[in-house]
Design a protein. Structure first.
Length: 299
């Protein structure tokens, strides 16, 4: 039997020179020590969970010494990662799924299945050109990076890669998400014969040519000026795609955000589809099918 290959390590850039250096808290000195897993995550090397796993496996060293769980490091400390960690990371997959209505994004609830059950060999899109081969082992640790409501459809990302998850749903994520939203109007705005505005009865909403009766001031509020859960929302891009459909581009993802935003201005969402996350688009991927994120695709 041949002897085991000796571990090979690569250096992690010091925090003072890395592209995504750890940020000190308010009033904290720049050289304040931070947890090793946080430094590795902020530099985009892996997620904190992955970092802890690598530390436990002995794949991380600090100044040449095996790293310890919970260890803190200074900007000048030299952190190196075993090549085996990189190899394991390259085997992790990210899946793009066209979620149909009726599936929940995460754990099963109220008798509804999670979208991950659609990740099966027969449901792979035949146009997928990725060299990855489907394996049931890829289900291990595969989790949604973001939510999509049970009554919404479109692009849902499932990933084993903590770096992808952090990029999409990390607390400092600014990734754009684009939606097409079909609406009906229940608020004031229908022109009366006198030219004045009258309130629309909830049983008689405007469902065609909504754009013609929806007040421009309310569209401006959708773009900026609404709050949810006591917190002001970030500015959004909201425009008419056609007379019955709005296009939303958001950089945050509060629970049922678009539906709740619309309710505040007298609109009711009757259809919602996510078509883009960052630079990755849903495209022609059929409902209920999936494909792997391409090697050259980036969010």
């Amino acid at each position: 039997m041949s002897p085991p290959e000796p571990p090979r390590f690569r250096r992690v850039a010091p925090a003072s020179t890395a592209g995504a250096a750890p940020r000190a808290g308010p009033g904290a000195p720049a050289d304040e020590p931070v947890r090793l897993n946080k430094r590795m995550a902020e530099q985009g090397i892996c997620s904190r969970r992955e970092a802890d796993d690598w530390i436990e496996r002995g794949w991380v060293r600090v100044n040449g010494q095996p790293a310890l769980m919970g260890q803190k490091v200074l900007p000048a400390d030299k952190v190196t990662v075993d090549k085996r960690a990189e190899d394991a990371q390259q085997q992790r997959v990210t899946v793009l799924l066209h979620k149909p209505m009726g599936f929940v994004s995460g754990q099963a609830e109220d008798g509804h299945e999670p979208a991950v059950v659609l990740f099966q060999g027969p449901a792979r899109w035949r146009e997928d050109r990725s060299p990855h081969r489907f394996s049931p082992q890829q289900l291990r640790g595969l989790a949604p990076a973001g939510r999509l409501d049970i009554d919404s459809v479109g692009l849902l990302v499932l990933t084993q890669d903590g770096r992808v998850a952090r990029q999409l749903i990390g607390e400092d994520s600014g990734i754009e998400k684009e939606y097409l939203v079909r609406v009906a109007y229940h608020g004031p705005g229908r022109p009366a014969p006198t030219g004045q505005l009258v309130r629309i009865d909830d049983d008689d909403p405007v469902t065609t040519n909504v754009q013609a009766v929806f007040p421009p001031a309310m569209l401006a509020r959708l773009r900026h000026g609404l709050s949810l859960d006591g917190q002001p929302l970030k500015p959004a891009r909201v425009d008419w795609q056609n007379p019955e459909q709005l296009r939303f581009v958001l950089t945050e993802g509060k629970k049922r955000q678009i539906r709740r935003m619309c309710e505040q201005v007298g609109l009711k969402v009757v259809g919602l589809k996510r078509i883009r996350i960052g630079r990755v688009v849903l495209g022609a991927l059929p409902a209920g099918q999936w494909r792997y994120l391409g090697a050259n695709e980036r969010f």
